[in-house]
Ligand binder design. Structure first.
Ligand SMILES: Nc1ncnc2c1ncn2[C@@H]1O[C@H](COP(=O)(O)OP(=O)(O)OP(=O)(O)O)[C@@H](O)[C@H]1O
Length: 298
């Protein structure tokens, strides 16, 4: 098996356009506004992090940007092509590793890549070459004949990433790509993605892990309650704060939330006396009036 790295093409976004341009994107689920007018312009050839607290609207945004979920309003362009008006051109240019990745479980990892290559219009020989290299680089060669249903969480992420990279897309969207991945595999994925962006391609990924975003990304968009709170180069978004984590907490208004002090009953050092009044209110059945212990009903 060859251990040569995957040879990417050179990506030149059409007319120097932004890799991803999002304008006025909205999505409601019933009464709930999940995405409330997002405008974003993501430059090509960057490692872009989309960060935000739980429920901020990251997955909903990425789903609309990748053509998996129709927005209520707004436009999304990938390398100048409209996601909803020109879906075939867009889908040929993007790779997606979605949240809750659904794979063809009864195929082996290798079969999944060969099938994906055919769907993507690659020749059999080229698909086999790329699949072999990706399996090798992502340390999946030994498990390539195992059924996907028997893969671990981290292995599923890696085979999903391989499938998303196989056609060498211009822009790769990854929803929480490092979740459930061990540190060795994370380092491998990181290396593959750094090489990929180094060739001019763009990676957009969502994450809650601020240290990871700070060390990996050169561009970041911070989202909270369906809106973009800040976007730009990581150093700009961090500003005067000592870390991206600190800037993030300030941007999403985390200080306004409780810090858990109100949970005074929680933990080994909690004051047991706080439970005493309730205990005192319960009549002692061994006390002077046992009849009262069962409510004095007898
Ligand atoms: N299909 C749906 N139906 C109803 N509400 C939804 C649906 N999908 C998302 N939401 C709601 O939209 C909001 C944004 O959800 P989303 O999954 O986009 O957030 P997120 O930033 O990806 O969160 P997390 O970091 O927890 O994955 C949440 O309040 C969520 O409950």
């Amino acid at each position: 098996m060859s251990s040569q790295p995957v040879e990417p093409d050179v990506h030149t976004p059409a007319g120097g356009a932004a890799a991803v341009r999002i304008e006025g994107l909205w999505k409601r689920f019933g009464e709930h506004v999940a995405v409330a007018g997002v405008d974003l312009e993501l430059p090509a050839g960057r490692f872009v992090g989309l960060v935000g607290p739980n429920g901020a609207g990251k997955t909903t945004t990425l789903s609309m940007v990748t053509g998996l979920l129709r927005p209520d309003s707004g436009t999304v362009r990938i390398s100048g092509h409209d996601v909803w008006a020109d879906p075939v051109s867009v889908k040929a240019r993007i790779g997606v590793l979605p949240e809750g990745l659904r794979l063809f479980e009864r195929l082996s990892g290798r079969e999944l890549l060969l099938y994906t290559g055919q769907l993507r219009g690659l020749s059999k020989a080229e698909t086999e070459r790329r699949a072999g290299q990706l399996l090798d680089v992502l340390d999946l060669s030994a498990s390539q004949h195992k059924l996907v249903v028997d893969y671990s969480t981290g292995m599923r992420k890696k085979i999903g990433l391989a499938a998303a990279l196989l056609h060498n897309p211009e822009v790769l969207f990854l929803d929480e790509p490092f979740e459930g991945v061990d540190p060795v595999s994370a380092q491998t994925i990181r290396g593959v993605l750094e090489r990929y962006t180094g060739s001019g391609a763009t990676v957009v990924f969502s994450s809650h892990v601020m240290e990871l975003v700070e060390s990996l990304c050169d561009w970041v968009a911070v989202m909270a309650a369906g809106r973009i709170r800040a976007q730009g180069p990581v150093s700009e978004v961090r500003g005067e704060a000592s870390s991206l984590q600190e800037a993030f907490l300030e941007l999403v208004g985390a200080g306004e939330r409780g810090s858990g002090h109100e949970l005074d009953w929680l933990g080994g050092t909690a004051d047991v006396a706080t439970a005493a009044p309730a205990a005192a209110a319960t009549p002692d059945p061994t006390g002077p009036n046992p009849a009262a212990a069962d409510g004095g009903s007898r």
